[in-house]
Design a protein around this ligand. Structure first.
Ligand code: MTE
Length: 303
């Protein structure tokens, strides 16, 4: 986990690229009907209704194009700044309004819960997107183990605060540590993952090692990295981006092509590695699984 990511990549580049090509072939075969069963997230309907293949973004891109403000606001610089970041040992505190609060190591979480692969689209509010084979398990398994009390309505998440290694945290403009939150039913949705790996390997540090949250129907900033605290709370928690720019970044931040509270449109996106732009889908294409969570809500007001 603590190797230099560049060394890791050089050592493993051949098998990983072969792995990627094989997976790409399988996924494209599925789209073209060679295989009857389409992977759950393998195909995105386009605006015209024609399926578009969701080819997984190469590992090299996922590892070298990162938003991780604790290190830098320069996406290309993050991978070079994480080498001294110590992610072992790592402890996560799970508490607040729960029956069995616990302080547990990342290793214990990883060995207790079975991680499986989930290929999800991730859409950043900046207008780019990637497709990532995450290894993780539904967060609801951990929440069930701690027993969330009925008075809890939200789950709050906190990233590590360690400015000696996370050098971006020395910038006093930002409200460190990075925090995020979900409504309890969103946190309990099967799509919401606690992730410990991608492409079958432990999570690279720049992608949120050792544990991060992934919420695929929301803009990427809700998928908080390198978490040390999970708390069940009664009131909607303050979040990093909502604190900095509440008009741009609402608490819900569901992917929505029709609602642009940012100065730029959210109607289309650039899939990294593709030319041109593709239409952005409501709930990032996961409406079947999550639209019912927002029944009766005005998504323009509750952005
Ligand atoms: N989590 C923390 N702690 N700090 C961050 O700066 N950036 C967010 C999110 N989680 C961020 C974070 C944003 S804006 C995005 S788009 C995704 O992480 C990017 O994840 P990736 O670098 O693994 O693609």
């Amino acid at each position: 986990m603590d190797e230099d990511p560049d060394t890791l990549l050089k050592d493993e580049i051949t098998p990983r690229q072969l792995y990627f090509s094989r997976r790409k072939f399988l996924r494209l075969s599925a789209v073209m009907g060679v295989t009857a069963a389409l992977a759950a997230c393998g195909v995105t309907p386009s605006a015209s209704g024609t399926p578009q293949p969701d080819v997984e973004t190469p590992l090299d891109t996922i590892e070298h194009y990162n938003n991780f403000y604790e290190f830098s606001t320069d996406k290309g610089a993050v991978a070079n700044l994480v080498s001294d970041f110590v992610t072992e040992p790592w402890t996560v505190e799970i508490g607040g309004l729960v029956n069995n609060p616990m302080t547990i190591t990342a290793d214990e979480i990883i060995s207790t819960y079975t991680a499986t692969e989930h290929v999800y689209r991730m859409r950043c509010v900046e207008g780019w997107s990637i497709v990532v084979p995450w290894d993780g398990f539904p967060l609801n398994q951990l929440l069930a183990a701690v027993g969330v009390k009925p008075e809890a309505k939200y789950i709050a998440f906190t990233t590590l605060l360690r400015p000696t290694q996370m050098i971006g945290q020395n910038d006093p403009f930002y409200p460190w540590p990075y925090t995020e939150g979900l409504r309890l039913d969103e946190a309990n949705n099967d799509l919401t993952l606690l992730v410990s790996g991608l492409y079958g390997d432990p999570l690279p540090k720049q992608d949120g090692a050792p544990l991060r949250i992934v919420v695929p129907w929301k803009y990427g900033f809700k998928s908080i990295k390198s978490i040390v605290k999970i708390e069940a709370v009664a009131d909607q928690p303050a979040t990093f981006w909502d604190t900095i720019a509440p008009d741009y970044y609402g608490f819900y931040s569901n992917v929505n092509p029709d609602v642009s509270h940012t100065p730029w449109s959210q109607a289309t996106e650039r899939r990294l590695g593709e030319l041109g732009r593709r239409p952005t889908l409501l709930f990032n294409g996961y409406g079947d699984q999550v639209a019912s969570l927002y029944a009766g809500m005005d998504l323009n007001t509750n952005y």
